[in-house]
Every structure is written in structure tokens, then in C-alpha cells.
Design a protein. Sequence first.
Length: 422
Amino acid sequence: MKELRINKQRLWDSLMEMGDIGGTDEGGCARLVGTDLDKQSRDLFTRWCEAAGATVSFDQFGNMFARRPGKNNDLPAVCTGSHLDTQPTGGKFDGVFGVLAGVEVLRTLHENQIETETAVEVSVWTNEEGSRFQPAMQGSGVYVGRFDLQEELNKTDVNGIRLGDELARIGYIGDAKPGSRNMGAFFEAHIEQGPILEDENKTIGVVRLGQGIRWYNVVIKGRSQHSGTTPMHLRKDAMVATALITAEVENIGNRHKNGLGTVGFMQVFPNSRNVIPGRMNFSIDLRNPDAGVLKTMNDELLAFCEKIAAERDLEIEVDNYWYFAPVEFRLSDDVEAAARELGYSHMDIYAGAGHDACYMSDIMPSGMIFTPCEKGISHNPAERTTPEQCEAGANVLLHAMLKASARISQQHHQEGSVTEVA
Ligand code: HGY
Ligand code: MN
Ligand code: MN
């Protein structure tokens, strides 16, 4: 088994073929959850997995599972997966590399007629990006019980379209209850989406931790008035308050070690050139690998918004509707051992982006494998990586999964029953 390797060209060709579904002129990909393009990508994933001897099913939230049986199918399966949905101006590799690395594992096992100790599964998680519908990592969050299924199916996009209706329309609402599968280990391969591996000239990132994230919806209510007749000192201008808070989000990010603060989404009402904006809706994204620092950043933000509301006599609602604490990956030693045995340069790293593996860690030991991306650019059509980097990540995934599968089986024979593989 040690000599087993994935097929680099086949993986790369699949990445390019999948990237054509929603492909953009700038070489990126725009494939939002619940769209016809999402359906096409899911259908293609299904065809590929079935051709590799797996059976594909999906649950009530559209999360997909391609299952390849092993020697003992009563044991918890070893799983991998990521997401096929992209940002509106995304690249071809964010999420998709992890899914297709999993498909390449299935193909490699199938063509070499390898019977794994446990079943192997490749999953596709609905709406990881959190762009069209919020929050991010919605599908894995529903699966592990962080979010309520119905509540999330009822989420609507900016046009009032309901996610549940879109998933039904594209034929990806299944019968299975999310969270009902017998899984014992989860790995996710993903491009780093940052510049560190490239900068350190390392091929593999052994991800030890996923950083904490806080997302906010902010609504500022002032008063719409004529821009030509309202003296400056009599205004209740929601836009200026938004600008001050946006600048403070940057200050909060800069003020704290590893602090990150972003305002990425904004709606202006009435959004007319000669009307003082009376209402603003916008997003705030705060991140930090240290839960305590992230809480301090949160407190500073809330205090600043209160100050602006009082000084400018505005109504400011700050809803911290999504939070997840930093998470340690318990299977990172398998990732490191696989990288070392395969002779790939590697280093410890932490995940700046949220990933489905962060939630899967709630219910089973998980691990992540990072591979470099050019200049660390991601969430951008210029997102690039190479066939060799994808090959390395998929080979590490294959061997980390084989290690975990053998360990689950070994534990079973020693202890009689296995619930998870730490
Ligand atoms: O927001 C994130 O970090 C991820 O891309 N959903
Ligand atoms: Mn991703
Ligand atoms: Mn992403």
C-alpha cells in the first residue's frame, strides 16, 4: 500500500472540467449554492464517484456522500470531503480541490482493487461559502447539530429566495436525517488560501488548528433627507456612521496579534445620490486563533458602535449571529506522518479560513491537509495552484485515510467496538 499513488493528470483534468461549470473569463469560477450550476457540479461528482465503484446519497440538507465499502462495513467509515459551491468571484480550487482529491482517492483504490479495512466516504457539504445564504459552513453545521435543519432551509438570499426551495428545485433534498451516518474520522484537503506555504517553500501544511470566527449583521437607522437642504449638524447620516465603524474594524484587526477584521457586504438605503442614507445594512467578519482575543475584539467593536450611536443619535443593531471557537485537529499527526513518509516538505500551520472539517471535529477526530496556492490569492478568479501541489495533497490524503482506516479496524479487534479514532 505504501507505493500507492494517485493519478496527477486525472486529478488535474477533473479540476479543470469541474472548473468549467460556472467558469469565468478571468479563469475563475462562479457557482453559488442552489443554482443550476450547483446542480451540474453535483451531478458530475455523482457520475465520477459511481464510475469509481461508490454509491452516492444525500441528506435533507443536500449534503452528499459517496460511499465505497471496505472489509468491515459495520465499522465507522473514514471520510473526506469539502465543498463545490464557490464565491461569486471565486477560483477553481477553493473547496473543489478537497472534493476531487477525495474522488481521486476513490478512483485509485478502485483501479488497484484495494479493499480498505473500513468503508471510505467522500462528502460534499452544502453552502460552505456562506455567500448567497448565511452562515458559512452551513451544511456541515447542520450535519453536526450546530444549526437547526428547518431554520437553515428557511434562510433566504437578498432576493428573498429560500434555500430549501432552491435545493428542492435542483433535486438535492434527500430523505436521510443529517448526522445519521456512521463516521469515525474526517480529513479535508484544501488549498491554504494564504501565502505561508509558498513563502516557506513547503509542499504540505499540517493544519493543527482552525481559527475562531465571529460574523455580524449590523443595521444602522438614521434619517433619509435631502442632501441639498439639510445642514450638516442636523443630519442623521447612516453612511458616515458605517464608514467610522468600518475604519474601526480595521483598527481592531491591527490592534491585536493575528487579528483580522473585514467589512465585505453592504446595502445602502435608499442608495440615491442626493439622499442622505437613512439606513445601512452591512457585515462584519472578525477572526483570531485565540478565543480570548476574539472576545476582546468583539467587546471593542460593541463598545465603539454604542459610542457612535450615542454621539450621532442613531439606532445601531449589532447581531453576532455566528460564532465558532478555534478548533484543534486531532488527526494532524496522521497528516504529518503521511507527508513525511511520502517525502513531502511540510510544516505546521493554522487555518485562517473556516472549513467543514472545523465542524466535523465536533463529532469525530479530524485532520486537514493544506497545499500552497500562488501568492496566497483566493476568493478571487486569480486563484492558482499546480498539478504537482494537488498531487502531493491528494497523496497525503490517501495515506492519512488508510492509516485512520487501519487504526479503526485495529481498535475494533482490540476493544470490540469503535466509536472514533483519536
Ligand atoms: O469564510 C470562510 O473562511 C470560508 O471561506 N467559508
Ligand atoms: Mn473553502
Ligand atoms: Mn472559501
